[in-house]
Design a protein around this ligand. Structure first.
Ligand SMILES: Cc1ncc(COP(=O)(O)O)c(C=O)c1O
Length: 337
């Protein structure tokens, strides 16, 4: 049924294109637990290079990439600071605490951004054995639940400076950093310079069926490789998936600008100021989210409820301009019904 629908629930719903499937079918493979899959190695080297880092590790999910990244900076009983609607705090089901004993405290920002004054107030130095010590600050760029907002490079640079002063780490959840890069024009390596370790996803706007990477120093990635295996994430002839990622990097980065334009078009139809839509996500406040989801569905458009009074629309590779226009008409009506 979803085939006939215009699916704006998430940018994770894309299907591999025909060209991507061909690249996957042609992939050279080997056993990646032995580090012998040439396509995975090529992907890891390429992504590390894009961000100016030593190394990268292919993971099945963005959640695992974040988990391995945060673990590299924060030991059991220590804390990471993050924004209160960060994916690591809200949507990874407590994995950082459940698996690695990491605790979190949060600041709140209307765009999911950085509030350096709040971070200053939250920061806890090592005062063992009385207090939990802050060992890292985590940021998310773009910010999913805040509506795909781009975190300015200047904020990331300011955080880097502060963290260096305190001698702690910076983690970036860059699941959609590609979108931030295309929207802002900031080179990927400039983002990489601001952080110790990051996670990036291939399976969101880039349209690969599976795959994320943890990116950082050689030591961090060597250790992450061990922990990935411990967590059951050691994959074998996974070059078929890495090939999808390489194809996406070649063909699906610059086109993200189309998704951003489609999102602004949807925003306008939904009464959201398009100037507040930085990338491919539109968050709309509504009186009754379930009713909007149901009405849109009846008219062939899938959107998701983020809460009782919020719906989220996400544009992606499988939504054409024409479909975005159709969805805009449907949603404008659903919002006034
Ligand atoms: C900002 C952000 N980080 C991490 C993830 C986790 O990715 P995955 O679903 O591959 O675990 C998501 C998923 O939507 C996300 O939006």
């Amino acid at each position: 049924m979803a085939d006939a629908m215009i699916d704006l629930r998430s940018d994770t719903v894309t299907r591999p294109t025909e060209a991507m499937r061909q690249a996957m079918a042609r992939a050279e493979v080997g056993d990646d637990v032995y580090a012998e899959d040439p396509t995975v190695r090529a992907l890891e080297e390429r992504v590390a290079g894009l961000f100016g880092k030593d190394a990268a590790l292919f993971t099945p999910t963005g959640s695992m990439a974040n988990l391995l990244a945060v673990r590299s900076l924060v030991a059991p009983g220590q804390e990471v600071l993050c924004e209160s609607s960060a994916h690591i705090a809200r949507a990874e089901l407590g994995a950082h605490g459940a698996f690695f004993g990491v605790t979190m405290r949060t600041w709140t920002h209307p765009h999911g951004g950085l509030d350096l004054a709040a971070v200053d107030a939250l920061f806890a130095p090592e005062l063992s054995p009385y207090f939990v010590a802050t060992k890292a600050v985590s940021i998310e760029n773009t910010h999913n639940f805040a509506g795909g907002r781009v975190l300015p490079l200047s904020d990331m640079q300011a955080l880097r400076e502060r963290a260096d002063g305190w001698g702690i780490g910076v983690h970036l959840d860059g699941a959609r950093l590609w979108n931030a890069h295309v929207a802002s024009g900031v080179p990927l390596a400039d983002y990489g310079r601001c952080v110790d370790v990051m996670a990036v996803c291939l399976s969101k706007g880039l349209g690969a069926p599976v795959g994320s990477l943890t990116v950082g120093s050689q030591d961090t990635i060597d250790e992450a490789r061990v922990w990935r295996k411990r967590l059951g994430g050691g994959m074998r002839q996974v070059g078929v998936l890495a090939a999808a990622g390489l194809h996406a990097l070649d063909h699906h980065v610059e086109r993200l600008a189309d998704d951003h334009a489609h999102a602004r078009l949807l925003a306008e139809a939904c009464g959201v100021d398009p100037a507040t839509v930085d990338t491919n996500i539109v968050v709309v406040d509504v009186p009754d989210a379930a009713a909007v989801v149901a009405t849109a569905r009846e008219h062939g458009v899938l959107v998701s409820a983020l809460g009782h009074r919020t719906v989220r629309l996400v544009t992606h590779l499988d939504v054409s301009r024409e479909q975005a226009e159709t969805a805009a008409t449907v949603l404008a009506k659903a919002l006034t019904d």
